[in-house]
Design a protein around this ligand. Structure first.
Ligand code: SF4
Length: 150
């Protein structure tokens, strides 16, 4: 299993409703969805995430309410390590994954998450904002699904 690398990050408002999130873009995405808008995350490039997570949190914790991992479930041990760091700072956590099966995410990872988006991107069905989407997002604390469309 390869170590997690990330290729940039941004502060975002839309990805997790009602949260200001530090979205960390993790590379080496194993899902390779056709029509992916983030194909720059397919290659194994960037910096080692576990080396930098403390610095990122030091820098941005006071500005955010949530850390959103854009990928990372290909190495759930390291993902869990980073989730715990965010939780220690009382931040919420979210995972965006192209994985279709929430049961393949470990119990420990799920228990360290407040939100999860599952499902690969299927061009014909569209992303979270499309009514036809196959992707699903859950608010795990309140055990409810979040819908991005009206
Ligand atoms: S999971 Fe996301 S980043 Fe990975 S290929 Fe699919 S759309 Fe692209």
């Amino acid at each position: 299993m390869r170590r997690l690398k990330y290729n940039g990050y941004t502060i975002v408002m839309q990805e997790v409703p009602n949260e200001i999130s530090l979205a960390i873009n993790i590379s080496d995405c194993p899902y390779k969805c056709k029509g992916c808008h983030s194909s720059y995350l397919w290659d194994y490039v960037g910096l080692y995430l576990t080396n930098d997570i403390d610095n990122l949190l030091d820098k941005y914790s006071s500005l955010i309410s949530c850390v959103c991992f854009m990928g990372g479930d290909q190495n759930q041990e390291e993902l869990l390590y980073c989730l715990k760091k965010a939780k220690k700072r009382k931040l919420k956590t979210c995972l965006y994954t192209g994985n279709d099966d929430i049961d393949s995410i470990s119990k420990e990872v799920v228990e360290s998450l407040d939100y999860i988006k599952i499902g690969r991107y299927i061009e014909e069905l569209g992303g979270l904002s499309c009514k036809t989407t196959n992707q699903r997002m859950f608010d795990l604390n309140n055990n409810k699904e979040i819908f991005f469309y009206k």
